[in-house]
Design a protein around this ligand. Structure first.
Ligand SMILES: [Zn+2]
Length: 400
């Protein structure tokens, strides 16, 4: 089957044949021998296409139609068409052919370099794309786009220092604030430093992340983890509680840490009163506490167990699987064991389904990802607050 781009090339040959009819020649062939009759070139190109030899047809087209002011837009259009169709080698061939033209105007050269850089990016040749974007970012009308692309490349390569630099230059040039993602870049550096036990550098990076007063709580979470690792439990607890107060959704990250610290310190009574105070202030947190407890298997703490019980009794979908009425009408001992059984089942279900979902594109994962791998947005994931029975059911049906 001839591809869409083959049809496009055929159309170009046809147009050129018509133009050649009027002028008697294809493009400007300079001092070369007499131009061949127009329909020979046209038919030759078309013949390649009919034999599905798109590469030969393309080479034939490039030889026939030299890059000049009249034809350059056609070359760009064809190159971009090939890239869009995923025929990257052909797009690269066309854009390199444009750049090879010695008397190209500076602006056209920049456009060709920019197109070629996008080809390399699409082909996953990040090094080559980076080189061209760096050149364009130094001064061309593609400066802003080049810096945006560089930011994307550095994110993929996890080269956070370069990403910060590109981001800051982009802020100046575009007038847009990139405070959120730049804060995340600093946090990435902080987490890498923590992984190397370099807590002094980690603290510096967190400070930088928080200096721009961005909307991310990741800096506070990293600071809390550092305090936890340094056995500074008092600071860690203060920070984890603040994270829950300010960004409720991060409870799934902070609550297990809080519980672990209190349990380690044999201070479950203090934990209970801290949690009671939190729930009194924000009763809507009940479901989040319950869900976090189910997912992370946090049990044996009265306040948390009460939240889980309430959650199980109020979860409408659960009623379709278990007769919750009968679970709660027996004697206390059998109730407790029945509820524990349901809770274990829920915990199992929850561990088989994604806990976080991107609010922009719907991508879901088990772990909190600060940058969505699908839409590349920062901090768009939110935790589930209910066990997703639908997903579990679909999963078990497709695996049957
Ligand atoms: Zn996303």
């Amino acid at each position: 089957m001839p591809t869409e781009s083959a049809f496009y090339l055929a159309g170009l040959f046809l147009l050129l044949a018509a133009a050649g009819w009027a002028t008697g020649r294809f493009g400007e062939r300079g001092d070369e021998d007499k131009p061949p009759p127009l329909n020979v070139d046209y038919l030759k190109g078309l013949n390649f296409l009919l034999n599905e030899q798109t590469d030969q047809a393309l080479e034939h087209f490039l030889r026939m139609v030299r890059v000049d002011d009249k034809t350059i837009e056609t070359h760009f259009a064809l190159g971009n068409l090939f890239r869009r169709r995923g025929e990257i080698d052909r797009a690269i061939r066309i854009h390199q052919n444009i750049i090879a033209r010695p008397d190209l105007a500076a602006e056209q050269r920049d456009q060709a370099l920019y197109s070629l850089a996008k080809d390399y990016l699409a082909a996953g040749l990040l090094d080559r794309a980076e080189k061209l974007f760096v050149r364009l970012a130094q001064g061309s009308r593609f400066q802003v786009q080049a810096l945006e692309s560089l930011g994307g490349i550095y994110e993929q390569e996890r080269d956070w220092s370069k990403a910060i630099d590109a981001g800051q230059r982009l802020e100046v040039l575009s007038g847009r604030s990139l405070a959120l993602q730049i804060a995340h870049y600093h946090c990435e550096l902080a987490e890498a430093a923590v992984a190397n036990n370099d807590y002094a550098s980690a603290r510096q990076f967190v400070k930088k992340a928080q200096a721009g007063r961005p909307r991310t709580m990741r800096g506070a979470l990293t600071r809390a983890h550092i305090a936890r690792d340094m056995d500074d439990n008092k600071t860690a607890l203060k920070l984890y509680h603040r994270i829950i107060d300010e960004n409720t959704y991060l409870i799934a990250e902070a609550l297990p840490e809080i519980v672990a610290i209190y349990v380690r310190e044999n201070a479950t009574a203090e934990l209970e009163s801290a949690l009671l105070a939190m729930l009194k202030k924000s009763p809507e947190m009940n479901a989040l506490v319950a869900y976090t407890a189910i997912v992370n298997d946090l049990g044996g703490i009265g306040v948390i167990d009460d939240c889980v019980e309430q959650y199980m009794l109020n979860e409408p979908t659960l009623g379709e699987f278990v007769d919750m009425q009968s679970v709660t009408t027996g004697d206390k001992k059998s109730n407790v064991s029945a509820l524990a059984k349901v809770r274990r089942a829920l915990s199992k279900l929850a561990s088989a389904t994604p806990r976080y979902q991107c609010q922009e594109c719907g991508f879901s994962s088990q772990r909190l990802l600060w940058q969505c791998p699908s839409c590349r947005n920062w901090e768009t994931q939110r935790p589930a607050s209910r066990v997703q029975f639908d997903t579990v059911l679909q999963h078990s049906i497709t695996n049957r």
